[in-house]
Design a protein around this ligand. Sequence first.
Ligand SMILES: Nc1nc2c(ncn2[C@@H]2O[C@H](COP(=O)(O)OP(=O)(O)OP(=O)(O)O)[C@@H](O)[C@H]2O)c(=O)[nH]1
Ligand SMILES: [Mg+2]
Length: 523
Amino acid sequence: MKQFVPAQTSAGTSRLRSVFEKLSTEVVERARLASMKPLQRLPQTALEVGITSDDKLIDFPKRPKWNYGMTKEQLEQNEKDEFEKWLNDIYERYGDHVQETSDGEQEELSWFEHNLEVWRQLWRVLEISDIILIIVDIRHPVLHLPTTLYRYVTEELGRKVVCVFNKIDLVAEKTVYAWRKYFEEVYPELHIATFSCFPRDENLIDDTSTYVLKTRLKRPRKRGYRATGVRDVLIACKDVHLDKQGVTVDWNTLIKNYDDESELPVDGTHLEDINDSDDDSETGSMDGLDDEFSGILNVTDHEVTPHKDYVTIGLVGHPNVGKSSLINSIMGRTVVSASRTPGHTKHFQTIHLTGNVRLCDSPGLVFPSLLPKPLQILSGMYPIAQVQEPYSTIQYLAERIPLEKILRLSPPDGDKNHSWSAWDICEEFAKDRGFYTAKAARPDVYRAANTLLRLSNDGRILLSFKPPGFFTTTKYELMKLREIEAQENEEDETEDESSDDESEEDDGAPVKITNIFEALENA
Ligand SMILES: Nc1nc2c(ncn2[C@@H]2O[C@H](COP(=O)(O)OP(=O)(O)OP(=O)(O)O)[C@@H](O)[C@H]2O)c(=O)[nH]1
Ligand SMILES: [Mg+2]
């Protein structure tokens, strides 16, 4: 069984800190050496991923059932015991599980949340919310939407759910569209909204090409909440048709406020520093907690239900997917702290949006799953400062995207056919950036590898997974084409029949299906 040790803690914050695994020196050294071997670039289809099959799902801890006869102490003990049992059970079943998947990936147990206090916060947010927004990073929505969570929230708690595809500025419109269609197929009941704090680069038509880094680097150092999608998120909340006695939300008026999102208030106070250093200070204060919630983290001896006078929208999801940023965008100003370091939000907080609608931010937590560990690091769920061995993760990345081309590196031996290794890439990148060790003045490969991980987390180096069939079929293009045709037919029907003076330009010309998205962008 692997050993887990608590991360360094500072007084007062340890209670809500997550724990990280400590690797042995042999493991680190083995990975370093392995990264020096020439890497095998995988076909694009390695980026296609579908929903995890049921036999691979690992359940997450639920609040144990209480009964009236129990004292607070007994309840608390019961929660602890059940949680321990759950943890032990996972380690017994999956602790030593390292399995090669059919795609040749090494799959093992994720670094998941080990702190009962953090799970308790999730339980409370789920209990007090009428509508739950599960926020997922569009770069790997399947990984970020735990099926177990979705089922629990809809089937057992009976709450309304909206899945928010977040950070859509990082990928092409075509990718967002394909993911939406795929999720609609797999979860027909799910409401989906798309969102981003940043505008998408209009040149980003094909996110599988290598130009991305260059343009991404030009992002402004300060940003306002010029979000795209707040409207979409609120429309999705309206569309779940929450029927709550005694609370009537005027969704239409609320949504109207966001009709022109580029006009959202942006003044100096609404700008957030894009912080290059990883700020891991304790920022989650209890200030945002209403009196009603001041004791919410205590063990309760009664069932917790949403407040009768408000509609509460709870945001949940993995760390770093952008929950706090989304809340700030909805509010048009900084009301909760956001950071590129996962695990930034430590306490849940409620923020009033209108007289009877409030938002609830929650700490992100990693659900247990079976996955390649490098993928977890690349998905922003693991603090890079805690990564002891970055090389296997760079290798994982470089096997899937042409990293040396994206970084425009020259081969170390000048040979155009050089067989790159992950180590080579880091070493050449170190030289390129002028990263040298202080003592021996050798290229600082470790620093280079870490920088690459950060660039990847920020989406400046893009690792974007795609739904099944994305590269191998024209399924999604055809769907889009049909939608456009249906829309055109609808427009034709409503148009005045007599307007025949201008002939349609595309009459008879076959549409080049594979380029339908480009055609739309250029239109
Ligand atoms: N490109 C891009 N980055 C985003 C977007 N939203 C958030 N981010 C970045 O993602 C990082 C995490 O954002 P947070 O809002 O703190 O994420 P969180 O889900 O609250 O994270 P925890 O509190 O750790 O659970 C920050 O560096 C944000 O700037 C987005 O729409 N696009
Ligand atoms: Mg947060």
